[in-house]
Design a protein around this ligand. Structure first.
Ligand code: ADP
Ligand code: NG1
Ligand code: MG
Length: 463
């Protein structure tokens, strides 16, 4: 339900920027609906600079918004409760439904419009009861590389929510929208943290953000002036909702937290995240690293061992701590995953401190942290991919540091360099990595390897 401030906080700026980014969606809108759209919504993708797989453990992360975005051309319908969806990319079929009556049944790989419906559902759940029914005509256009760790999914979910909020004339604070979209994207099946939706709404041009959770808050991080971040796609795509890899890591962290809680005499059923354990024990992150090393054995834990230690049945464990798509898993590497989380949280703090203090040799130090993060994701978190490791190895002498970004198992790496090295970096990868791979690949170069700087967050555009 809406709270007292729900309708009155001015949030999303309305801009009169050039129409160019909207040309394709406008054209299709005219063709399909025989009218021009009433407004446009733009929501960016993001690159996470450091802090991987720790948002859902309650720890702060440091992403920035990309130039690449999802754009929607939108008109409200006052007379009909229907949602009409078209996509500029012909590979995505059109879709329509009753806006108040649809289901998001995800079995295997979700369809593109199910992501959209996640955002719609999030807004519908907050509507005051007396709200008059509305419908919407929407055309989607997007250029965030997909299933590549740059958060095209959350840009789409967040754009859908923002558009539907506007259709219902709701003014929702950005923080509230970010939390709402983080929760509603979970209808797709993945139990992510809130990083992607937070940066989508709260990004500002020219700086990265340190994002903390519960409550959601952001701090500007001014990156060193000479720093250039280049993103390189491994050309391996992974749809996170199509496999159990992502949720398996979420569950391992939850089990590690609950077991650690139990061992330390906490009420383990109230513990959901590794962050909860640290808070309740009032220890430092370094203390938590030591505690993990002293508490967990190296080899994987089975359901039986965990259930026995917690004093519950296996059914109870599955109901309380696992997800639908991880109920079959029986190997949980609790020590490795928990070590990654606490050490990565320390790296994020160091990264932000270096930027804030304008340290001498800051690029060297930031690059070092990024490389350590990649090593940890590869060895402790086991969410890298041989192609991502190959990219990181190839570029190590032409940048300060590089790491996989986003969930992993494919997707992109992000590297830190200075402008004079960008061409050398790109030429190296064109020759050593992409030459064979791109022979049969239709992707344009600027979707495969590109330099990026921090862009602004979600915006509604009107004439
Ligand atoms: P990412 O790392 O890009 O967030 P996900 O696997 O989480 O990857 O989500 C990718 C999915 O998001 C795609 O398979 C598609 O269903 C949806 N998606 C992203 N961008 C678009 C777009 N422009 N049009 C339609 N669907 C999109
Ligand atoms: P990507 O790879 O963009 O789907 C996912 C999660 C984030 C975060 C990262 C890993 C969602 C929507 N996104 O991002 O919350 O956990 O992985 O750091 O679940
Ligand atoms: Mg995603």
């Amino acid at each position: 339900m809406a709270d007292a401030n729900f309708q009155c906080v001015p949030i999303i700026s309305v801009s009169n920027e050039s129409r160019d980014p909207f040309a394709k969606s406008k054209k299709l809108f005219l063709t399909k609906f025989n009218d021009i759209p009433q407004f446009y919504v733009r929501v960016p993708g993001r690159v996470n600079l450091i802090g991987e797989h720790i948002d859902y453990c309650g720890y702060g992360v440091c992403p920035m918004a990309l130039k690449q975005d999802i754009v929607l051309a939108v008109s409200a319908i006052q007379t009909e409760k229907k949602l009409f969806l078209f996509n500029v990319d012909a590979k995505y079929p059109s879709f329509e439904c009753d806006i108040e009556n649809f289901e998001i049944n995800v079995n295997g790989s979700p369809t593109w419009y199910q992501y959209f419906l996640c955002g719609v559902k999030g807004i519908l759940e907050t509507l005051p009861t007396e709200t008059p029914p509305r419908g919407a005509q929407i055309v989607v256009d997007g250029n965030v590389p997909q299933s590549a760790g740059l958060s095209s999914s959350s840009a789409l979910v967040s754009a859908a929510a923002l558009a539907i909020a506007a259709v219902y004339d709701l003014k929702i604070p950005k923080e509230k929208l970010a939390n709402l979209c983080a929760a509603s994207e979970r209808y797709i099946g993945t139990q992510g943290g809130g990083m992607d939706q937070a940066i989508a709404f709260l990004a500002s041009e020219g700086c990265a953000k340190y994002i903390e959770f519960c409550p959601l808050r952001t701090t500007d991080i001014m990156l060193p002036r000479e720093a250039v971040f280049v993103i390189a796609h491994s050309l391996v795509e992974l749809n996170k909702a199509a496999t159990s890899d992502f949720n398996c890591r979420v569950v391992e962290c939850r089990l590690a937290a609950q077991l650690l809680g139990k061992i330390q005499g906490l009420t383990w059923r109230e513990v959901r995240t590794l962050g909860d354990v640290q808070k309740q024990l009032e220890l430092t992150l370094s203390d938590m690293v030591t505690l993990v090393k002293n508490s967990f054995h190296e080899h994987p834990y089975s359901k039986e061992e965990i259930a026995q230690t917690l004093g519950v049945t296996i059914d109870d464990l599955v109901d309380n701590s696992l997800t639908l798509n991880t109920s079959h898993v029986n190997d949980f590497k609790l020590r490795h995953r928990a070590l990654h989380v606490y050490e990565e949280a320390i790296r994020v703090q160091k990264f932000c401190d270096i930027c804030n203090n304008k340290d001498k040799d800051s690029l060297v130090k930031l690059g070092q942290l990024m490389s350590e993060s990649h090593e940890s994701l590869k060895n402790l978190y086991e969410c890298s991919h041989p192609k991502l490791n190959k990219l990181v190895n190839l570029v190590k002498d032409v940048c300060f540091g590089a790491r996989l970004t986003g969930a992993g198992w494919g997707g992109c790496v992000v590297a830190l360099l200075t402008s004079e090295n960008v061409q050398k970096f790109m030429d190296l990868l064109k020759n050593e990595y992409y030459k064979d791979l791109l022979r049969n690949n239709a992707k344009p170069w600027d979707e495969v390897i590109f330099a990026t700087s921090p862009h602004s967050g979600a915006t509604i555009y009107k004439d």
